[in-house]
Design a protein around this ligand. Structure first.
Ligand code: NBP
Length: 482
């Protein structure tokens, strides 16, 4: 009897995913580079289950039904390329390799081509939800060789998280590197959500003078309303968590943030496709700035500011803060979906944005009630140019923008950084400004570099150059040859 599914890489994600898949009625073969870990797993958590461990790649591959479905849950980067090359000698035409790690989508596009050229199929799949998601049901974002999907669908749909109405948090994303791209943007949005929550916490603590219990209660209350989400829920729990001596653990955690790179990749992509992803970019930079702990400590002693203490209506300000956080979150997702749209057009992936919002409703770190609203907006209009133009979001922003303005203004006057909230209101104002000062910018470019400009009194696409100084010639930059 051969097994249905193979999984290589028995670290935290792999182990839990194997147990999840087996629990849905599939037999699983497992392999790990360090065999001792396979033995430990087989003797421990896998004991008595329909799971078989293998020491060699050959026996692991040969234990599987055709077409073979082999999922890698390995450290992203070189290990994935190395393991693909170890698998290939034992594969048969039509076999499927799945990369379930956090690989860069450019690598996925390259690997897909490499594997398909050899007659096999390749899927790059985002898997989100951490350890608990992998075990109980993650959000799964597969993309790549479309012919492989029918063979994977039953396994992935069974293993994925289910939302309240029973919908699995898994859908086919599209060809190429689309699955890993969507997962990357998910992680970028996660960076933005986390930083926004941290800014709200900082505001409550430093500007409003609230203690951990009050902050805990506020997040717990917010979690019952439109801000309801996994990240708000865990934040409320973190605020209430005490060490054995009764001291709040959060106050003992060093304020220097780490990162693994998916936020940076998201920002890289936004620059590649020219999408203003200002909020997520600020969240990455906020982590970078936090990591300069020693420098900040030194600067805090010398760069003093004449900052104002808040002396207004506290309940009203707290109400504003909740609304500001919600508005900023809407703007962050607007930018994130804008990036998905740009990449989909660039690569011809034909991403389904309503599906993406739906599969993020459960299992993953950014899961929230709010994603229903995004799914509704794209279901109503799959070609929606910008999330803020959908009726619900337009109403929210138009109605609550003053809260966001008051919060950002209060923070600025008090000297408390709110880079993501500030980015949100700046994007909103930029988007809704009919005439931006880019006319002057174009004039500057034309002045010093003859870059030419379009005119308001002429049709778009006609380019003009002015001899601003009287010393320039008529040659424009577009006529230069390389
Ligand atoms: P790690 O990212 O720590 O990877 C460890 C696994 O990679 C081990 O099984 C290790 O084998 C194997 N490995 C390495 Br390292 N080099 C290898 C090589 N050259 N050939 C074969 N195997 C090799 O594990 P993880 O945290 O479970 O994450 C797995 C993937 O899932 C990663 O891409 C990660 O980014 C992604 N992910 C993680 C999370 C999370 O919450 N942790 C969430 C979502 C996605 P060994 O035992 O022999 O060293």
């Amino acid at each position: 009897m051969k097994n249905t599914f193979g999984l290589a890489g028995l670290a935290v994600m792999g182990e839990n995913l194997v147990l999840n898949i087996e629990s849905r009625g599939f037999s699983v073969s497992v392999y790990n580079r360090t065999y001792a870990k396979t033995e430990k797993f087989m003797a421990g958590r896998a004991r008595g289950k329909n799971i078989t461990g293998f020491e060699s790649v050959k026996s692991f591959v040969e234990s599987l039904e055709s077409p073979r479905r082999i999922m890698m849950m390995l450290k992203a980067g070189d290990p994935v390329d190395q393991f693909i090359d170890q698998l290939i000698p034992y594969l048969e035409e039509g076999d499927i390799i799945i990369d379930g790690g956090n690989s860069n989508f450019h690598d996925t596009i390259r690997r897909l081509e490499y594997v398909e050229q050899k007659g096999f199929r390749f899927i790059g799949s985002g898997v989100s939800g951490g350890e608990e998601g992998a075990l109980k049901g993650p959000s799964i974002m597969p993309g790549g060789s479309v012919a492989a999907w029918p063979y994977l669908e039953p396994v992935f749909m069974a293993a994925a998280a289910k939302v309240d109405d029973g919908t699995p948090c898994c859908a086919w994303m599209g060809p190429g590197g689309s699955g890993h791209f969507v997962k990357m943007v998910h992680n970028g949005i996660e960076y933005g959500d986390m930083q926004l929550i941290c800014e709200a916490y900082h505001f409550m603590k430093e500007i409003m003078g609230m203690d951990n219990n009050e902050i805990h209660s506020t997040f717990a209350r917010w979690n019952k309303g439109e801000l309801s989400s996994y990240l708000i829920e865990i934040t409320a729990e973190i605020m209430a968590f005490r060490d054995q001596d009764g001291f709040a653990v959060v106050d003992r955690v060093l304020d220097a943030a780490g990162q693994k790179g998916t936020g940076k990749w998201t920002v890289d992509a936004s620059l590649d496709y020219g999408i203003p992803l200002s909020l997520i970019s600020e969240s990455v930079f906020a982590r970078c700035l936090s990591s300069f702990k020693e420098l900040r400590t030194e600067a805090s002693k010398v760069l003093s500011g004449d900052v104002a203490k808040f002396a207004g209506d506290r309940p009203a300000l707290l109400e504003d803060l909740g609304k500001a956080l919600y508005c900023a979150k809407i703007i962050s997702y607007t930018q994130g979906f804008g990036l998905l749209q740009a990449a989909s057009e660039e690569y011809g992936w034909q991403l389904n944005y309503a599906d993406i919002a739906r599969i993020w409703r459960g299992g993953c770190i950014i899961r929230s009630a709010f994603l229903d609203r995004i799914a509704e907006a794209y279901t109503e209009n799959p070609k929606l140019a910008n999330v803020l133009l959908a009726p619900y979001f337009k109403e929210q922003l138009v109605g609550s923008q003053m809260s966001l303005r008051r919060v950002v203004a209060t923070a600025l006057m008090a000297g408390i950084p709110m880079p993501c909230h500030s980015a949100a209101i700046n994007y909103f104002d930029g988007l809704r400004t009919q005439r931006l000062p880019a006319n002057l910018l174009q004039a500057q470019r034309d002045y010093f570099g003859a870059h030419t400009y379009e005119r308001v009194d002429k049709p778009r696409g006609e380019w003009f150059h002015t001899n601003w100084t009287g010393r320039g010639g008529t040659t424009t930059s577009t006529s230069y040859s390389k």
